[in-house]
Write a protein that binds this ligand. Structure first.
Ligand SMILES: Cc1cc2nc3c(=O)[nH]c(=O)nc-3n(C[C@H](O)[C@H](O)[C@H](O)COP(=O)(O)O)c2cc1C
Length: 357
């Protein structure tokens, strides 16, 4: 009975509420610690970070909370062809962006920057032993999962389809996030193309619940007590909320990004590969309108190209040229502090389904 669930029992948290991790530098130790201290499970998305930065982040979170938290990685760091993109291909892909680079007075990156590899990042997890390791875009090897188990690290995988959930359950994960296509950020599909893995939360969660024997965490489109109560009715053991926490001032999203999530603009989100090369949900703008028609470079190279523009646009306050991630729940956002959001989630859900707080 709420707030107790197989998820709270397994991971030792008071409430079955997970603050979703954000890659791309948008997580913050403060947000993760705030949610964990409130009795939920705070998460930090370490995608793109080196092992030594991951170690620093884990120490930083530990300095702010003694409660459980999760560190999140992407199992697959690049798409086929990414490592072989030539300077010429990069220049061709940059051509449609040339007017924007010119407008901002910056140059397109002439070559690829190396990106951290999962195999190195996971070493930081083994060394620092965060209470929980969560991941997307695949299933780590049996050796890695065995090592987590022997170190006492909880394991949470992410599925966008029932088949992916079964693959994760077969690998022996402790819980599965079932991510519906309403969710903000990337579609973390790994068995079929993301475009062929677009089940909504309402349909996905009960099917995953029926297919696996581990706690299922509903994610995608949940931003208030109503979404939580609905998820629990579907059989979820917890909810994972991203966009609503991203809009809180404790996240590492820029003020412009947080304002965009709260604006009428956020009533319309779209799925695109043009931001990074992998399919993700965000807000359309003048930049995305212009590049949508062109074939993106493989992930993460497209992200490096667009990222160069993004950083310059953010520095110059040019919101029309900054790519912003957002889920479909953005228009439900009410709070600007994580503690207030968390308290409202708990009280609304308690009011709807009963149970103690
Ligand atoms: C900007 C952004 C970045 C995200 N990055 C990650 C990530 O690196 N790893 C991950 O597991 N989930 C990531 N997610 C998904 C969230 O953790 C969460 O599952 C999702 O936002 C839930 O759906 P909602 O946005 O409708 O609340 C990201 C979401 C957003 C909005």
């Amino acid at each position: 009975m709420w707030p107790d669930s197989p998820f709270t029992h397994k991971f030792g948290v008071r409430f079955p509420i997970v603050q979703g991790p954000f890659g791309g530098g948008l997580s913050s130790p403060r947000l993760a610690a705030t949610v964990s201290n409130a009795g939920g499970l705070g998460s930090y998305g370490a995608q793109g970070m080196t092992a030594s930065r991951i170690a620093d982040v884990i120490s930083n979170i530990r300095a702010q909370t003694t409660a459980p938290f999760a560190i999140n990685l992407w199992v697959s760091n690049d798409d086929p062809g990414a490592l072989d993109v030539s300077a010429e291909q990069l220049a061709t892909a940059a051509a449609p962006l040339a007017p924007f680079f010119e407008e901002l007075g910056v140059t397109a990156p002439p070559r690829l920057n190396p990106w951290p590899r999962f195999d190195d990042q996971i070493e930081a997890i083994f060394d620092a032993r965060p209470p929980i390791f969560s991941f997307i875009f695949g299933v780590p090897s049996a050796a890695i999962l065995d090592q987590c188990r022997s170190l006492g690290i909880g394991i949470v995988g992410t599925a966008t389809t029932v088949d992916e959930a079964i693959a994760l359950a077969d690998a022996g994960v402790d819980a599965i996030v079932a991510s519906g296509f309403e969710a903000g950020g990337h579609r973390a599909s790994f068995l079929r193309a993301a475009e062929a893995s677009l089940t909504g939360t309402l349909a996905l969660v009960p099917q995953v619940v029926d297919a696996v024997n581990v706690p299922v965490v509903a994610a995608g489109g949940i931003a208030d007590g109503r979404g939580m109560a609905a998820s629990f009715a579907l059989g979820a053991a917890a909810v994972q909320i991203g966009t609503a926490f991203l809009a809180c001032e404790e996240s590492n999203a820029s003020p412009a990004h947080r304002d965009a999530l709260r604006s009428a603009r956020a009533r319309h989100t779209f799925l695109t590969r043009s931001f990074t090369g992998r399919l993700g949900r965000g807000l359309p703008n003048r930049l995305s309108d212009a590049i949508e028609a062109h074939t993106p470079l493989p992930y993460p190279v497209q992200g490096q190209l667009v990222g160069a523009l993004r950083e310059a646009a953010l520095r110059q306050g040019r919101d029309d040229l900054v790519t912003f991630w957002s889920g479909q729940s953005a228009a439900l956002i009410r709070d600007d502090r994580a503690e207030a959001l968390f308290a409202r989630l708990v009280s609304e859900c308690s009011e709807l389904i009963g149970g103690g707080t």
